[in-house]
Design a protein around this ligand. Structure first.
Ligand code: FAD
Length: 235
């Protein structure tokens, strides 16, 4: 799908915690955008025409609106623009953009998604699409690294998917976890180190450049082929 300009209106938002907010935009003109899960939009965030890229976190089966998951940075230009946006206000959107989409028809036996922070955004779209629309039957494992337990959200949503789809597993990984945190602690690489990394897996990595470099090194060392590793760096 060729990228084009859209005018969209903010219609809803959910503040999950101090860092993360989900924004819902209704497309106004044109009023429909075809995109593939994993793609992103570019939004004008100031009067100079500066833009920021944001992955669409909603399922690609929805075409009249899209959702974004933003990790707010203190004094970030885009962060402040979105925080100050009022319901009904218009934004200038260019999209859909990017090639970080699911590879169809490969011979990977499993799919592994590894995110840090807002890097979860394209994976929510991809995983909803795979489980709810495509009917993917291969094992799918999601690792999601966050700093604090308080940063975690969508755990009920992913837990519901675990309960409804026997091929889906979810591992939140907390780097600064409290003593009682019962699940993976440390960095996502610490969690991957102690889990069986499928050699014939298709890997999708998204978030900080450091995490992507570290995971790339770890899984390639274990024998995963470079061609089966796909990533999007947010910084
Ligand atoms: C393809 C793509 C998709 C993206 N999707 C998302 C998404 O879905 N959700 C989302 O929240 N972000 C996403 N990003 C990152 C986003 O585009 C912005 O770069 C980020 O939100 C910071 O923008 P800002 O204007 O708020 O901060 P800026 O004003 O650009 O920067 C403020 C300060 O924060 C530092 N900084 C910039 N980026 C980061 C970062 N990621 N982590 C830590 N410090 C940083 C800068 O060096 C500067 O000091 C994506 C980036 C790319 C390339």
């Amino acid at each position: 799908m060729k990228p084009q300009r859209f005018i969209a209106k903010l219609t809803d938002k959910t503040d999950f915690n101090e860092k993360f907010t989900k924004y819902v935009f209704e497309l106004d003109h044109p009023n429909e955008m075809e995109f593939e899960s994993g793609q992103y939009v570019s939004i004008t965030v100031d009067e100079h025409g500066d833009r920021r890229s944001y992955s669409i976190c909603s399922n690609s089966d929805t075409k009249h609106s899209f959702e974004l998951l933003i990790e707010h940075l203190p004094d970030g230009v885009g962060s402040n623009f979105l925080r100050n946006l009022k319901f009904g206000e218009e934004v200038d959107v260019l999209g859909p953009l990017g090639r970080f989409t699911l590879i169809h028809g490969d011979d990977c036996e499993e799919l592994v998604f590894v995110a840090t922070g807002s890097g979860i955004a394209p994976f929510r779209s991809m995983i909803l699409n795979l489980l709810q629309d495509v009917g993917e039957k291969r094992p799918i494992t999601l690792y999601w690294g966050l700093r604090y337990v308080e940063d975690l959200f969508w755990e009920n949503e992913f837990q519901d998917l675990v309960e409804n789809y026997e091929n889906f597993k979810f591992h939140p990984v907390i780097s600064r976890a409290i003593e009682e945190w019962p699940l993976c602690k440390g960095r996502v690489t610490d969690c991957l180190q102690v889990h069986d990394v499928p050699i014939k897996g298709g890997y999708y990595l998204c978030g900080s450049a450091k995490m992507i470099d570290d995971v790339n090194a770890l899984i390639q060392e274990r024998g995963v082929s470079k061609e089966d590793i796909h990533f999007e760096k947010f910084n």
